[in-house]
Design a protein around this ligand. Sequence first.
Ligand code: 7RM
Length: 630
Amino acid sequence: MTQQISSLSDYKDAYKRSIEDPELFWATQAETFHWHKPWDKVLTWNFETPEIKWFEGGKLNITYNCLDRHIADRGDDTAIIWEPNDPFGGVKSYTYNELLESVCKVANALKANGIKKGDRVVFYMPMVPELAIGVLACARIGAVHSVVFAGFSAQALADRINDAEAKMVICSDFNSRGSKSIPVKQVVDDALAKGCPSIEHVLMDRNTGGEVPWSESIDLHWDEQVDPQDGFCAPEIMDSEDMLFILYTSGSTGKPKGVVHTCGGYMVYTCYSFKNVFQYQPGDIYWCTADIGWITGHSYIVYGPLLAGATTVMFEGVPTYPDAGRFWQVCEKLGVNQFYTAPTAIRALMARGDEWPAKYDLSALKVIGSVGEPINEEAWHWYDKHIGKNQVPIIDTWWQTETGGIMLTPLPGITDAKPTYCSYPMPGIQPVLVNADGELIEENDAEGLLCIKFPWPAIIRTTYGDHERCRQTYFSTFKGMYFTGDGARRDSDGRIRVIGRVDDVINVSGHRMGTAEVENAIDEHPNVIESAVVGYPHDIKGQGIYAYVITDGKAGENFEKEVLAVVTKEIGPIAKPDKIQIVSGLPKTRSGKIMRRILRKVASGETENLGDISTLLNPEIVDEVMKGAK
Ligand code: 7RM
């Protein structure tokens, strides 16, 4: 088991060692896992091309380390507790023994249907145990999983299936979220109808039961395929740098890209960070409320906790169903010790009133965490007072799909916590601030662009099928550094606060979205000539989506509704603009670039200090844009 820091001097010592001799530091952590063959070389790296290899030549299977390794000591301990959407639906749990058997059965079913090492399998499923089991089953046989958040549209799903050239989709029949029932299988069929030539089979789990469209040649029933299988499946022996999974994420340009993580480094880093950041102790009940469709769910519901032999809670529902006390009711019922959620959920629950958390016993909590977007001061204090009762350390964790694991965070009870600051780097993480010219900002009490200057084991390896895009996006802006896309400030004591994206990515309720992606969707409306999308401050969502749209003048009275429908169809409901403003033109520079700076200011309600508009091709449009602002 990887080492656990337990005091400030431990942290300082671990950090120092990790910087002075990163290879020794990470090799020491890696040695605590089961390797079928030890590595030949700890690290090879080049941030120009980029090429990064950790534990090269090492052979392992991550599920052996998540499951088999724990069987002797804690086979009867609970691995997963599943809390259904329906509060009276009945908790389901899996011991490590049971989870291993379930994973093996699914792994055998995948093999029986032609899935082998290296094949891509897309998941489009709600938060049911079969999702975690299916993901692990892929890893068991060396198939590459790509989980698509089940709120994405058929079009978005088809795009991801095709980019990954996936052989199989694994889905459920329906999804219950709150009081709604969502026809998941139907969305998969709609995606396939758009043309997904690589798909051979759809494996469907009966979640709610109910009528679904069925094709005898393509569709397979989970229980019919899985139940008859043998309960053991030997783990496929993987190279440390073999692909573990692809996860699609939005960037500032084009379609979402497939972030690739590999087996060895991801395993070492997610386990190490999980144990240290949450200070997990044997017997603790840990709950991360994220969806496995996002990186937080991959690293801190499935892999990190299971690698550490922890008990991890998986929640199917939403924070406000049946009422705004649900999170706290579940914390009380299960005796949750570590709770990890997003600022958007905290703000939404804060708005419902203090009486909800007050109804429940939250005294088991030892650590409460936040992730996904900057947490504002008010939400931080509410979380501290009403959930932590001013006794429980808050960890504001900063990281990204591309970083694989938590990078900046206070360590609870070990380093100090300051509201809105992600504070300090994890051991092995070397963050720097640079200015727009790429010059290092050495002094404290300064702002800059956040880069990381040395590789860590879970760093992105490539973007699937397009290595150049990976180089371009993350490694070309500043020579020899990984650029995060975030702006940050460092206070006089060296704590870091991540302010937000400096590129055309917005963060809506903790969901990352490319403004270009939303614009492309809006432009699909037949009456739209051009659109520009920006983020603006939103009380609950963190950022809202503001769309400026030029129409052909023939748009009907339902235009706004139609735009929302088109975005829902192209991407999904999470990308729907909160505000739509019809304009006759967009402020553009002489080279034809939209001046988003102005649009951002207008969207946030600013009407003065628009800055220099003299370089605009059409300065007269600014007045119109301002007058029509919503
Ligand atoms: C884990 C995750 C990444 C982007 C990142 C930031 C923002 C995430 C924080 C944060 C301020 C935080 N992966 N972000 N955590 N900003 N404080 N604690 O969210 O790939 O979906 O998003 O999210 O802008 O670049 S992600």
